[in-house]
Ligand binder design. Structure first.
Ligand SMILES: Cc1cc2nc3c(=O)[nH]c(=O)nc-3n(C[C@H](O)[C@H](O)[C@H](O)COP(=O)(O)O)c2cc1C
Length: 419
């Protein structure tokens, strides 16, 4: 089998029995394309035509699994203005509102999974004045230009409420026709805060030992299964291979975690890394550059702990050969892509049709690549040409927009925020 054939293979998920048509996964990316009105919180998070448009493009891209960008399960704790939100107390019909986006993803055979999240202490002060977390703590200011209010420890009732919200989110996704739900337990958001011994200083059954710190994750999985008893619904999770912060969630704990996730019949485990305190969407080590995946060496060590669940690794993959090599070597079974699919939403299709050997270069400075990708997603939503940031002039233009030197292209009357 050559590299393209490796990437074009189907794979069956062990517990749901769902078949992924190939080895590509679009990783969750915040789109910021849903309704946002700070003075009317109940209406926030409603899918818009632009949101659906963006997913139409991804749905046409022959991507095996498309994960919808993080969907907060509590409207008071979003990650950014314009997030899609599924809140059990919203007055609008979330099933009806999310059906069109699910249909857009599935129109050409991709599987659709929604990522359910709660930002916890990483809810910036632009959207949240009173964040909560596992313990009294504060996310350091200044990350990606964001500032944060101190977070207070959640009460036991609030923890159970969050668990109930994750299960409600799963039920909405299921009823809207999605193939599954993904718990966002990576990147320093609430579940990742509970997992971290550095942030979680609780002395009750939700803190202390690894078993206690991870309890919230397994209770959420249990609650999701109870609310969606149909076994064909995929339960997935995105977790860190490492927090890259001294005293944070470690590789050893990740290895125990995946064993327990498998025992909880989690179909798909997506491995990532880093938090707002230590961003990891770049190479941390010289040795991973050739293999492209930022977390590939961690995945090598985590993989033997998984027997049945399918492992995806996201971060850094750009070219066909390293992607296929990761699968051939059985480091992972699926490769996750994020930024490359903002530049080229149909990159997997081009690869599988042998019209591309890998993603376009990215000429935007590393720290500005996330907002650059958001600008590209907004261009998709608005049916504008996607800024080609492999072109130096366009990359400069995008950089100027992000730095506020040029206006953000934003349609008049749009329901969602400019970026
Ligand atoms: C614009 C943008 C938004 C992102 N939003 C999310 C998100 O909502 N949830 C998540 O788990 N990761 C999010 N990420 C991280 C990506 O899913 C992915 O893990 C990271 O970009 C590394 O993959 P890449 O090198 O292929 O871009 C985001 C990344 C970008 C660029």
């Amino acid at each position: 089998m050559d590299a393209v054939q490796v990437l074009g293979q189907q794979i069956k998920l062990p517990y749901s029995g769902k078949v992924v048509p190939n080895r590509f996964l679009k990783s969750a990316m915040t789109e910021r394309l849903c309704a946002w009105d700070p003075n009317n919180r109940e209406e926030c998070g409603k899918p818009t035509a632009g949101y659906i448009n963006a997913y139409k493009r991804w749905g046409e891209g022959q991507i095996g699994i498309v994960v919808l960008g993080n969907i907060p399960v509590h409207r008071d704790y979003p990650e950014a203005p314009g997030n899609a939100i599924i809140d059990k107390n919203n007055p609008w019909d979330a099933v009806k509102a999310f059906k069109p986006v699910v249909n857009a993803v599935k129109a050409h055979g991709s599987l659709c999974i929604g990522q359910l999240t709660h930002a916890g202490r990483q809810a910036p002060d632009s959207v949240c004045q009173e964040p909560v977390s596992a313990s009294d703590t504060k996310c350091p200011d200044g990350v990606m230009g964001l500032n944060f209010k101190p977070a207070r420890a959640m009460t036991e009732d609030e923890i159970w409420d969050a668990i109930d919200r994750w299960s409600f989110g799963a039920e909405v996704l299921y009823k809207a026709g999605a193939d599954g739900a993904q718990l966002h337990a990576a990147h320093g958001y609430l579940l990742s805060q509970f997992l971290s011994p550095l942030i979680n200083k609780r002395t009750d059954r939700w803190g202390g030992s690894f078993e206690n710190r991870s309890r919230i994750v397994f209770e959420a999985i249990k609650a999701m299964r109870k609310r969606v008893p149909d076994e064909s619904f995929i339960i997935s999770i995105k977790i860190n291979s490492h927090d890259f912060v001294d005293g944070g969630f470690s590789q050893e704990e990740c290895a125990s975690m995946v064993e327990n996730l498998e025992a909880a019949r989690v179909d798909l485990i997506e491995l990532s890394g880093g938090t707002y305190e230590s961003l990891a969407f770049d190479h941390k080590k010289e040795s991973t550059k050739k293999r492209e995946g930022f977390f590939i060496e961690f995945a090598d060590r985590i993989r033997p702990h998984i027997k049945k669940s399918v492992l995806a690794v996201t971060g850094g993959f750009r070219n066909v050969e390293p992607m296929a090599e990761a699968i051939k070597q059985d480091t992972c079974q699926i490769v996750g892509l994020a930024r490359p699919l903002c530049a080229e939403p149909d990159l997997p299709k081009k690869i599988l049709e042998r019209r591309s050997q890998g993603s376009l270069e990215n000429d935007v400075e590393s720290s500005l690549q996330t907002p650059a990708a958001v600008l590209q997603i907004h261009a998709m939503a608005e049916n504008r040409p996607i800024p080609d940031i492999s072109n130096k002039e366009v990359a400069q233009d995008v950089t100027d927009i992000i730095l506020g030197k040029k206006p953000i292209p934003h349609p008049e009357g749009a329901e969602y925020p400019p970026m």
